[in-house]
Structure formats: C-alpha cells, structure tokens
Design a protein around this ligand. Structure first.
Ligand code: PLP
Length: 372
C-alpha cells in the first residue's frame, strides 16, 4: 500500500513528502523551449506511430553511446513514460499461465502487470543480509518449465543498488541457459553516483535478442509530468509492443517529442547538474538517517531513494511509516510495500523536496526516533 492516504491532503498540515519518486527540480529550460517552439511551429498533428524519426535517431544514438546497445532508430518505440513501455512489454511477452521472476524488493507496478497478463509472479529475494545483490543461484532455483522471464530494475528502486557487471553476467548466464527473457526497467540509468557506472543487461553477449530494455526522461531530466519514455527489443518482440502502443494511444504527443529530442541533444552539463543535486541530497539524508537511534543506512549507489534498515527501532515498516506521518508530518513509504524482503526498511525519497525541506524532514524524523 502507498503510505496511509488519510490526512495527506489536509491543508492545515505541513506534510513533507518523501514517499513519491517525483523530482523536485524544474525541467531544464532548453527542453521547455524546444517543446513550446514545436507547438508554435504547428507540430500539433498525428505523426509517426513509433515516434518522430528524428527523435528515435537521437534515442538510438543515446542507447549506443550510453547503454552500449547496438540499435538503430527502427529498433525504438517512443512511449508514454516507462509505465506504458512496461505495460506493452508485459502484455506482448507474457501469456496466461506463465511464471515471471521478480527480484524482491520489487517495483509493485511490475507485479500488477504480470498478474494482469494472467501470469504468476514469482518473487526471488535479493540478498538482504548483504547489500541486496543478485543471487543467480536463487533465481535458478525458482525456475520451472513455466518460467518465461525475469524482471530487473537497474538501478534498483527501492534499494538504490546499481548492479555490477559481474552480478548481471551471473543473471544473464542463468537466463541464457534456461532460454528466458529479461524485462529490464532502466528508468534510473542516468542517476548513478559511484562506481564503474550503469550496465544495461541487454549489452551482455547473447542478451539483446532476449531483453526488453525500457527507459524514460522522467527522473534524470525532471520530466515526470511529461510522460515520455522509450523501449527497445528484438524486432519480433518490438513489433508486438508497437501494436499494443499504437492500439492504446496511437502515439505519444507530437510536440512533446521535440522536448525529448532537445533533452538528448542539449548540453550534457544540464543532466550532470541535476544528478549532482541528487547526490548532495543523498549525502545529507544518509548522514542524518545514520544519526537516528536504531537506524542504519547504506549509501545508495543510484536512484533517488535511501532504503534505511529500521529494524533496531523495534517498529515494523508500516507502523514506522504510519507513525512518522501521524506524529512527525513526514511521509515515507513502508519497505514492505516492495515485498516481504523490504520489511524492516523504509523507502525515503531524497529527490522530491528542496534541500531545506529535506533537512526539516530529517530534523522531524530525528525527534520522532529519539523519543521512541
Ligand atoms: C522502477 C520504476 N519504473 C517505472 C517508473 C515509472 O516511470 P514513468 O513515470 O516514466 O512511467 C518508476 C517511477 O517511480 C520507477 O521507479
């Protein structure tokens, strides 16, 4: 469940919202300008069903340069955010009676889409005792003759992990040997703070033909309300995805795609500054969480979430989230929302408020946990 809805809209309360993955920044100016220019220039009509060719060319270039995927413009479909990309991917790939492995803690929308497709979600726990790393042997042990695919979120919401090449190679090896697919949600691919960087699982040998890779402008470019994403997969799969996207929405708003193209072709510093701001906020939040009694928090390597262990406070995840909202006016998400592997954790979004309000939220949380 989302954090308890009661009181969330009470205007008399100054709630600080650290529950939703909603970037606090404004979309960069050059992206807005390109979109407004396109509108004024009359880009208001139907266009290519898969997305504007010039936009898809820019996306393909990004996928080659940043994600090391060997793709061209025709290997890409523009979507309404990652949400629509994943809806189309699950509906295209998953059939009634299939089983789909989800690494847990998982992104709950994926679980819902597996169920909508008539399949059975099979959660496999990431290693909670360590650092939520992938355990390929645990994935292999969950495979049956009905298993169709494995879902991976990398960088991972809610754990903040950015999987290493070795972990991904271990998973890819299992997937190849059992002839499975991977549905890869890489919505946070640009929000990486440390280490050797993000690796797309589809870039590993033999994986491009069995992976649906999904992306969006939502998080890194602060474009959550724009609803703009894209998906790439092998041609037969992509044709099925294209049919679903076109049947559902025809195509993404024409002028919005000019904004997306400007995001990709615009100055790289804009993106790095947005990610730098997330890094500064991450450092503040993690340092403060570690000062609270009963709480320990590892530095998330990517995303906009801290996933502190609160088991030392004696509270369950849901009780802690409810009481923080009721008694401290801070809204966070219960870790258990992401599956049982998230019990004993909270998900704290550090990207959704200004630094000043984040600091205020940490003060309130400190007072609450000190008084327990
Ligand atoms: C893992 C993950 N996938 C997908 C989404 C949704 O992305 P979009 O807003 O682009 O549809 C989110 C947003 O929080 C997310 O965290």
């Amino acid at each position: 469940m989302f954090a308890k809805a009661v009181g969330l809209t009470d205007p008399a309360r100054d709630l600080i919202h650290l529950e939703l993955g909603r970037p606090s920044q404004m979309t960069p100016r050059h992206i807005i300008d390109a979109t407004v220019d396109a509108l004024r220039a009359g880009e208001v009509h139907y266009s290519d069903l898969a997305g504007l060719p010039a936009f898809r060319a820019a996306i393909a270039e990004k996928l080659r340069a940043y994600n090391a995927l060997e793709v061209g413009p025709d290997d890409v479909i523009v979507t309404n955010g990652l949400t629509q990309a994943s809806f189309a991917a699950f509906m295209a790939l998953i059939d009634d009676g299939d089983e789909v492995i989800l690494l847990e803690p998982y992104y709950p929308q994926h679980l819902g889409k597996i169920e909508m497709a008539g399949a059975r979600p099979v959660p496999v726990k990431l290693d909670p005792a360590g650092d939520f790393s992938i355990d390929p042997a645990a994935v292999e042990a969950a495979i049956t003759d009905r298993t169709k695919a494995v879902v991976i979120v990398n960088p991972c919401n809610p754990t903040g992990r950015v999987y290493t090449r070795e972990e991904l190679e271990g998973l890819a090896d299992v997937v190849r040997r059992h002839d499975l697919y991977v549905i890869a949600d890489e919505v946070y691919d640009h929000i990486v703070f440390e280490g050797p960087g993000h690796v797309s699982i589809a870039s590993l040998p033999g994986m491009s033909e069995r992976t649906v890779s999904m992306y969006a402008f939502t998080k890194a470019y602060a474009m959550d309300g724009w609803r703009l994403g894209y998906v790439t997969a092998a041609p037969t799969l992509l044709r099925a995805i294209a049919k679903i996207v076109a049947t559902e929405v025809t195509h993404v708003n024409t002028f919005i795609q000019y904004g997306g193209r400007a995001a990709l072709l615009g100055p790289g510093e804009v993106l790095s500054e947005l990610v730098e701001e997330d890094r500064r906020k991450r450092n503040i939040v993690v340092e403060r969480l570690n000062q609270m009694p009963g709480i320990s928090c590892a530095l998330p390597q990517g995303t906009i979430y801290a996933f502190p262990d609160i088991s030392g406070t004696g509270l369950s995840s849901q009780d802690a989230a409810d009481r923080l909202m009721d008694e401290a006016d801070v809204v966070v998400e219960s870790g258990a929302f992401y599956g049982t592997a998230g019990e004993g954790r909270l998900r704290v979004c550090f990207g959704s408020e200004s630094t000043e309000r984040l600091t205020m939220a940490m003060d309130r949380m400190q007072t609450f946990f000190n008084a327990l």
